[in-house]
Design a binder for this molecule. Structure first.
Ligand SMILES: Nc1ncnc2c1ncn2[C@@H]1O[C@H](COP(=O)(O)OP(=O)(O)OP(=O)(O)O)[C@@H](O)[C@H]1O
Ligand SMILES: [Mg+2]
Length: 364
């Protein structure tokens, strides 16, 4: 898929702005604070129904205005579709339309405009909390299969309900038998998620090795959890049963569900050493960019359609060889949107189109 046209109304520092993109590399350049990242954010917000910079949607509406609208015309296998997001910040209400038809749930948009985003704070996927690594896998799988997204949200609600019951048992308000049905629920949905996550990690590793790093260096992922012997559904089921049999007292004391995909993590290796503790700043950055590109290639393989690659300021802090190395991978994608303060940072790539941004306007 590629985005042919984007229109922003009252989004961040934009009043009303139309942009026409082309396949290939589209570059947005301009000084700090002019509105480059805002363009990528508007696309991501529409495609994922949440921003990558804030959980507070009202912040995205231009100050002094009450609603924002984003329109994306995207072409997939020669068919053009219009995706429109209307957000009313007074009532905090979001509506999404595909070719004029309103989606019954906004979450149904996830996966319809596949995107992969790299932004500088994504280096926290390597350095930060496990939840960021889980989110990396969950965002990937949700875009491949909206069913994953639905199961995940259902599962997370079930876990918090089960935690509430565990607390009730600890306080003597609730009988233990009440847990059985929830044990089965979280086991069933947890196994679905685990099987898909584990398979995705294996596929990402193959893509990283065969399509992205070409034997130059190694970036590898490992799914980690101490609770499962293997990831076949039947072994997972036995692991869960064993856990419920032996660890229930711990769970009651801590009022927390201690097994399942919401507790797991991803180990990220750079040249066979844990990237979190051993890799340099630049190596961590390149590792994260490669993980995102691998995500993009896996989405392409599973969906038969290219995701739009959004790279926010990826080139700063990368040395010349690494910049060139990442630049070579761009030919694997259909459309890439890149922001940078100076065009010179992107020496060596052929931009299909350039946009100069100044104070919330495209000036050339
Ligand atoms: N809700 C809003 N209403 C109006 N302006 C906003 C709103 N939110 C953010 N801005 C403005 O948008 C600008 C930031 O835009 P953006 O993050 O896209 O900058 P940028 O061009 O990517 O800059 P940098 O090079 O520093 O990354 C700031 O000037 C900020 O004040
Ligand atoms: Mg920016």
């Amino acid at each position: 898929m590629y985005i042919r046209r984007l229109e922003l109304n009252n989004f961040r520092n934009y009043d009303s702005q139309k942009l026409v993109f082309t396949p290939g590399i589209n570059v947005f350049f301009g000084e700090n604070g002019t509105g480059k990242t805002n363009i990528l954010e508007s696309i991501y917000w529409t495609a994922m129904s949440r921003s990558f910079r804030t959980a507070e949607d009202p912040i995205l509406v231009k100050q002094g205005r009450e609603s924002a609208r984003i329109t994306i015309d995207a072409v997939d296998n020669e068919i053009e579709k219009t995706f429109l997001m209307d957000y009313d910040s007074v009532n905090r209400k979001k509506n999404l339309y595909v070719n004029g038809t309103r989606l019954s749930r906004v979450s149904l948009i996830v996966g319809q405009v596949p995107v992969v985003l790299f932004s500088p704070e994504n280096i926290m996927i390597v350095k930060g909390e496990p939840s960021l690594r889980r989110r990396f896998l969950d965002d990937l799988l949700s875009q491949i299969d909206n069913g994953y997204y639905v199961t995940l949200n259902k599962y997370l609600k079930e876990v918090s309900h089960r935690n509430y019951l565990l607390k009730g048992i600890r306080e003597g308000r609730i009988k233990r038998e009440n847990l059985d049905i929830w044990n089965n629920q979280i086991m069933e949905n947890g196994i679905k998620l685990l099987v898909q996550r584990h398979a995705a990690v294996e596929e990402l590793n193959l893509i990283l090795k065969k399509e992205l790093t070409e034997g130059k260096f190694e970036v590898r992922l490992g799914y980690i959890s101490k609770n499962y012997a293997s990831y076949s559904p039947s072994d997972l089921k036995s692991s869960y049963m064993e856990f419920f049999r032996t660890k229930i007292e711990d769970e009651i004391i801590r009022s927390a569900t201690l097994i399942g995909p919401h507790r797991d993590d991803l180990e990220i290796y750079y040249n066979n050493l844990g990237a979190k503790n051993y890799a340099s700043e630049g190596q961590q950055r390149i590792t994260t960019i490669l993980m995102k590109l691998a995500e993009g290639l896996l989405i392409k393989r599973k969906r038969g359609s290219y995701p739009v690659v959004l790279l926010d300021d990826f080139s700063s802090e990368l040395d010349e060889p690494n910049r060139g190395f990442i630049g070579k991978t761009f030919s694997l994608f259909k459309q890439i949107l890149i922001t940078t303060t100076y065009k010179e940072n992107l020496r060596g790539f052929e931009a299909a189109k350039e946009f100069k941004i100044q104070n919330g306007k495209v000036v050339s």
